[in-house]
Design a protein around this ligand. Structure first.
Ligand code: RTP
Ligand code: MG
Length: 144
């Protein structure tokens, strides 16, 4: 079997931090067996978030998403492990927490009947290219 060790950029979004779920997300990352490479609680400036979400710049939800993501501190995490990019997105669950599967972070802990869909607790990179791009934005000192 081919072993593919990757890195991914994970964010606990402002809703997750405000609800006290940062530790629970870290617990699930570690319990799965991934390694924490960097963890930082910070308030992200709008220009950083606009870069992070550049692929969505023309979408109607872009401005509300950047507003929300800059509304409070986020926990930025780099984790590594075999196929961690796909693996963490599997732990996170599908985008809308209301219909995300039980057992996932969003499915177990999220809801959208009283909050917009951008409040879905976590972000995880979706490809090797996105992960390295996002790591370079959030943690420039980790660029290889
Ligand atoms: P993420 O990038 O945060 O891990 O989530 P994702 O891949 O599941 O979702 P994506 O399509 O990349 O969208 C990025 C984030 O934008 C917000 N969103 N709002 N219709 C909407 O209002 C809408 N659609 C997406 C969510 O916060 C989503 O996580
Ligand atoms: Mg995405």
């Amino acid at each position: 079997m081919t072993v593919t060790t990757e890195r991914t950029l994970i964010l606990v979004k402002p809703d997750g931090v405000a609800r006290g779920l940062a530790g629970e997300v870290l617990r699930r990352i570690e319990a799965k067996g991934y390694v924490l490479e960097a963890v930082e609680l910070r308030r992200a400036p709008r220009d950083l978030l606009e870069l992070h979400y550049a692929e969505h710049a023309n979408r109607p939800f872009f401005a509300p998403l950047v507003d929300f993501m800059s509304s409070g501190p986020v926990l930025a995490v780099v984790a590594s492990g075999e196929r961690v990019i796909e693996g963490f997105r599997s732990l996170a669950g599908t985008t809308d927490p209301t219909t995300a599967a039980p057992g996932t972070i969003r499915g177990d802990l999220g809801r959208t009947w009283d909050a917009p869909v951008q409040q879905n607790i976590v972000h995880g990179s979706d490809s090797v290219e996105s992960a390295e791009r996002e790591i370079s934005i959030w943690f420039p000192f980790l660029v290889r």
